[in-house]
Design a protein around this ligand. Structure first.
Ligand code: NDP
Ligand code: BG6
Length: 483
């Protein structure tokens, strides 16, 4: 399959925090790969900006290193790396002072798209935005990209939104949720709105419940200081799982256009009912199978931060009234597995009698790894001896269906090019982020008020037993992890 590359005009992208971990792991490799795909015209520039005293040659060396570590096989092509580095420049700046800003303004070009990627802690956003303005770098072709965490509650998110709104119009602000850049996540929309098959059944009348699991086998991976203050609820549920829920539950937007899509997502978040305390389980991993405990990993023997959360929620709207949504996410679970399962209701009447058993259709959308879709259908068990029914999967692995040549760019590649093109569809709008915090805040506040302690679970297990019990009480089972 030949991938279609949409050309973009020459641009400048300034990575503020260009020497940080995120730049090294994600942003620099993503730009390199887009360069290899032919999307960075000769005079486009990547300008790294950070405190460190480096010159452009020093930063190019840093970029080469980052690519060797994180850009996979493409980085073995020395000529490609050299060609990419010719686009790279560096300015040493201080976000809190005046050092370097004039040089940065001189280096960036007025008559083209200029994107400023804030790859720094949110405490610096306001200082940077203010300096971009005072040094004349904020015309209508300027955009800013901001990373998560976007606040730690509704109040701080509102505050950040207000700070940025002082210098930039909402149409210039790109809030990243990298899950939206994942090819399979975008496929959720294609599956729902590109097929006649599913949409007529996509409601409470035909769907028993929906499950969303985003499981990781990794622990906190050296980000203990950040994670201790965030926990799974802020780190994953408030953003990534909330976005998946929106895409699975939203009404069809009139067109695939940034505000049409984001309006529909916002309605989903606003329709969310508050979660009852007995419909939520927090967990924290303990040492097991050679892995250290969460508390050891973050260096806090008394930590009450959750590394796992599972909950049941409801949407108060016409389409979904009465259909539970079960969401769970956690670190140090048995394996990496992100999937959504739509469990349809039983047929209204079985013509085959009770001995044929109870059978339901399930649609599983596997987000990562091994992206694909499986539809469980009921057929007759072959052979004589009466009508016995069994479930068999109608499987479609994207890798098999689309072939090894299929173009599956990393989420950051897609999202960065969308910024350059000025397409905000896959970025969170201010009201979406605030609505998500408005739903999350009371849950977290409830835990704090009750002094709630997360339930322990063994590293590399399926999470705390209470999460299983929560499902069993509803006479249902989690799909995925426990298979
Ligand atoms: P790092 O601490 O690794 O990097 C921070 C960067 O900011 C460095 O380049 C540093 O420059 C620069 N910096 C700090 N202070 C100043 C200043 N006063 N003036 C100019 N530059 C400054 O952080 P990360 O890269 O990990 O994270 C960046 C942002 O991305 C954070 O908001 C984080 O939450 C978010 N994020 C990170 C993820 C990750 O995997 N790392 C994942 C998702 C979000 P210098 O090196 O010169 O000191
Ligand atoms: C990040 C979280 O946003 O997403 C991390 O901060 C998490 O804790 C990561 O590990 C998961 O992303 P992915 O793309 O590996 O599923």
């Amino acid at each position: 399959m030949v991938s279609r590359i949409i050309p973009v005009e020459a641009f400048d992208i300034v990575v503020i925090g260009g020497t940080g971990d995120l730049a090294r792991r994600k942003i620099l490799p993503a730009l390199f790969k887009r360069h290899c795909a032919g999307q960075m015209l000769d005079d486009s520039r990547l300008i790294g900006a950070a405190r460190r005293d480096l010159d452009t040659e020093g930063y190019r060396e840093y970029v080469r290193d980052a690519l060797r570590e994180f850009a996979g096989e493409l980085a073995l092509n020395e000529a490609a790396v050299q060609a990419f580095c010719a686009h790279v420049h560096y300015v040493s700046i201080d976000a809190r002072g005046e050092k370097g800003w004039e040089d940065l303004a001189d280096l960036t070009t007025q008559d083209r798209v200029r994107s400023f990627y804030f790859s720094v802690g949110p405490g610096l956003f306001s200082d940077i935005a203010q300096r971009l303005q005072s040094y004349g770098m904020t015309n209508e072709d300027s955009r800013i990209v901001v990373e998560k965490p976007f606040g730690r509650d509704l109040e701080t998110a509102r505050d950040l939104n207000a700070q940025l709104a002082r210098y930039f119009d909402e149409s210039q602000i790109y809030r990243i949720d990298h899950y939206l850049g994942k090819e399979t996540v975008q496929n959720l929309m294609a599956v729902r709105f590109g097929n006649m098959l599913f949409e007529p059944l996509w409601n409470a009348q035909y769907i028993d419940h929906i499950q969303i699991t985003v499981a990781e086998s990794v622990g906190v991976e050296g980000r203990g200081e950040y994670y201790e203050k965030a926990g799974a609820m802020r780190d994953m549920m408030q953003n990534h799982l909330m976005q998946l829920l929106c895409l699975i539950a939203m009404e069809p937007p009139a067109k695939f256009d940034p505000d049409a899509v984001r309006d529909e997502k916002l309605k989903v978040i606003r329709a969310l009912d508050s979660v009852q305390p007995h419909h939520i389980v927090r967990g924290q991993y303990t040492a097991s199978d050679g892995a250290t405990s969460y508390r050891e990993d973050v260096g806090n023997e008394r930590s009450k931060t959750e590394s796992f959360v599972a909950l049941r929620c409801h949407l108060n709207n016409w389409r979904w009234a009465g259909t539970p949504f079960y969401l769970r996410t956690g670190k140090r679970l048995s394996h990496r597995d992100s999937e959504i399962t739509v469990v349809f209701k039983d047929t209204p009447h079985s013509i085959f009698g009770p001995e044929a058993g109870r059978h339901r259709n399930e649609l599983t959308i596997q987000l990562q790894p091994n992206e694909g879709i499986t539809l469980g259908v009921t057929i007759k068990e072959p052979g004589p001896g009466g009508m016995r029914l069994i479930d068999v999967p109608l499987d479609m692995s994207f890798a098999e269906a689309l072939g090894p040549e299929a173009n599956t760019p990393d989420a950051y590649e897609r999202l960065i090019m969308d910024v350059i093109r000025g397409n905000q569809t896959l970025f969170m709008r201010n009201d979406e982020v605030e609505a998500a915090w408005a739903w999350t805040d009371p849950i977290i506040r409830g835990w704090e008020a009750r002094g709630d302690v997360p339930k322990p679970y063994d590293a590399f297990s399926a999470g705390p037993d209470d999460a299983m019990l929560m499902m069993r009480r509803d006479e249902r089972d989690w799909k995925g992890l426990d298979k």
